[in-house]
Design a protein around this ligand. Structure first.
Ligand code: RET
Length: 275
């Protein structure tokens, strides 16, 4: 007589649901409006410059336009899926382990947004510094790797696998940090002083802000310590700083320098370097 093997984990019927409430809902709508109004402002600012001085305006306006679309999608409830993660509870003695399911919303529309907008943000910085074609390509490709492995980390229902993707995304992020902090800073020194100082400030601000994303991801999407509402609010603050905040700072500085004599050969030499 053979006895059916006892499964090592007995799945329970319990599902814990983690979804957003009205607070998360309202936050998404508020950011949608901020992104929309910023986009209009950036298009107006673009239009006030001659086309030869519009490169930063166009890039920046597109960034907030994509954010407007993705916040609209998330606010109306699109671009979201429920991920079901099995949580195993270990018991002492002969009692078999049991499990329950943690069902939590994953806002994958964010990654679609980031896959387009973070390369555009990096192009803003790369053109400002005057980085060469090879370095720009490495930076943008590393960024796409970071966002796509981040998406896979967000969607997989296996926790161990998720941290594997997360590690790859972090490695790619370090490539971006290196490109901006070392190569970007080295090449911007060949431009005028004002441009060099400004690049150091805005690239520093960018790296500081961007570093908060993987931290929030770890606390919210990874470990599920933070609620879905807290996650929405945290990303909302970062997104407003990283897109409209970054954009207004960049474009106001650009326009001020472009109308002064300092900038010749500096800030608004938009040509792609091909060395
Ligand atoms: C993830 C998780 C995996 C590890 C790393 C990440 C980094 C994300 C970053 C996102 C930046 C987004 C911005 C949006 C603009 O509004 C994908 C969260 C490193 C840096 C600037």
């Amino acid at each position: 007589t053979s006895v059916a093997p006892i499964p090592s984990v007995i799945p329970g019927p319990v599902h814990e649901l983690q979804v957003r409430s009205n607070t998360g809902d309202r936050t998404l709508w508020v950011v949608f409006v901020i992104m929309f109004i910023s986009s209009l402002a950036f298009y107006v600012m673009a239009w006030r410059q001659p086309t030869s001085k519009r490169l930063f305006h166009v890039l920046t306006a597109f960034i907030t336009t994509f954010a407007t679309i993705s916040y609209y999608a998330m606010a109306v409830g699109d671009g979201i899926t429920i991920k079901s993660e099995e949580i195993i509870e270990h018991h002492k003695g002969d009692i078999p382990n049991t499990s329950y399911f943690l069902d939590r919303e994953v806002y994958w529309a964010r990654y679609v947004d980031w896959s387009i907008t973070t390369p555009l943000l990096l192009l803003d910085l790369a053109f400002l510094a005057g980085m060469n074609g090879a370095d720009i390509t490495v930076t943008v490709v590393a960024d796409i790797v970071m966002v796509l492995t981040g998406l896979f980390a967000g969607l997989t229902e296996d926790k161990t696998v998720a941290w594997g993707y997360y590690a790859m995304a972090c490695a790619a992020y370090l490539v971006i940090v290196y490109q901006l902090a070392v190569n970007g800073r080295a090449v911007v020194k060949t431009k005028d002083n004002k441009t060099a100082t400004f690049f150091t400030s805005i690239a520093g601000f960018t790296l500081l802000l961007w570093t908060a994303y993987p931290i929030i991801w770890g606390v919210a999407d990874g470990s599920k310590i933070a609620s879905v509402d807290s996650e929405i609010i945290a990303y909302a603050i970062l997104d407003v700083l990283a897109k409209p905040g970054f954009g207004f700072w960049l474009l106001f500085t650009h326009d001020a320098l472009a109308s002064s004599s300092v900038s010749v050969g500096g800030f608004w030499s938009h040509g792609l370097s091909t060395e």
